[in-house]
Ligand binder design. Structure first.
Ligand code: CP
Length: 304
């Protein structure tokens, strides 16, 4: 049987997405019930984790997921592996395939996870590339479903990997999307096309107050993930009017939830007042990353 990878939400069938969300719910329920299976499903399995870029949530949730499922994870960064000295992803994939059962990779270029998947004989999981962050998006739509949300306003940069994956995931699950961003920062064409192909109801607005008015959830799409912003930077000037603050929240429905993939730059794309408000579900959203990672691992490694 051909190996399965999780490189992006684009290209995934809605059926597959729903199966992963169902498995996530089962994983979460199992923790709630503190049930112990006789043999942990991933006993003896090892996950290799390549991080070219820093991470808190993705790294820790995957490592804990492996431990809780009975396996374990090995962390590799550029400084502590031959990748930092120029060994190719293709050869790294061939080498890791001799030792571990799956690889998670956070990379700069999406082509790098594609190369890992092409040359490795084991499942590859994209832990965020410049095009997609499928593990984040799965946790996000799971949280929206838990909260019974059928529409979301994605406020901020619609061209980030998080926004790309989220747009397509929502589209495939029938969650209405309202993109709220400055003119000139429209979603990437290929993701918009994929969302429309799924029959999505995608609206766009350049007015933040108008954009959040009907939404059941506001999702803050960070402007430049991982990058330092300079005061006076053109992008900063374009996006500051799209900051999710108390005035913006006051325009939304009273029970509108606020989501953010984190890390948040408090006072930049979102204010502390909103992030710490009763409308914010960011810590539940973060907690769901663990259940989603467990579902992904069980799904790809064939143990459900
Ligand atoms: N949201 C997210 O992926 O967080 P980390 O960068 O901390 O992994």
């Amino acid at each position: 049987m051909a190996k399965k990878d999780l490189l992006g939400v684009k290209g995934m069938e809605a059926k597959e997405l729903k199966e992963l969300l169902k498995l996530t719910a089962a994983m979460k329920k199992e923790v709630g019930q503190r049930r112990r299976t006789a043999v942990p499903p991933l006993q003896g399995k090892t996950l290799g984790m390549i991080f070219e870029r820093p991470s808190t949530r993705t790294r820790v949730s995957f490592e804990v997921a492996m431990t809780q499922l009975g396996g374990h994870a090995i962390y590799l960064d550029l400084g502590g592996s031959q990748l930092g000295r120029g060994e190719s992803m293709a050869d790294t994939a061939r080498a890791l395939s001799q030792f571990v059962d799956a690889v998670l990779a956070r990379v700069y270029k999406h082509e790098e996870v594609e190369e890992l998947a092409r040359y490795g004989s084991i499942p590859v999981i994209n832990g965020m590339s410049d095009r997609e962050h499928p593990c984040q998006a799965l946790g996000d739509v799971f949280t929206m479903q838990e909260k019974g949300r059928k529409s979301v306003a994605i406020v901020g940069d619609p061209q980030t990997s998080v926004a790309n994956s989220l747009l397509v995931a929502c589209a495939k699950l029938g969650i209405k999307v309202h993109i709220v961003c400055p003119p000139g920062y429209m979603p990437r064409e290929e993701y918009l096309r994929e969302a429309e192909k799924a029959g999505a109801d995608v609206r766009m607005s350049h007015d933040v107050n108008e954009g959040v008015r009907e939404a059941e959830a506001i999702y803050v799409a960070t402007w430049k993930p991982g990058g330092a912003e300079e005061e006076g930077d053109e992008k900063m000037r374009a996006f500051l009017p799209f900051q999710v603050n108390s005035a913006v929240l006051a325009r939304a429905k009273k029970n509108c939830i606020v989501m953010h993939p984190l890390p948040a730059r408090r006072g930049v794309e979102i204010t502390s007042e909103v992030l710490d408000s009763r409308n914010s579900v960011v810590w539940e959203q973060t907690a769901n990353r663990l259940h989603v990672q467990k579902a992904i691992l069980a799904y790809l490694l064939g143990k459900k």
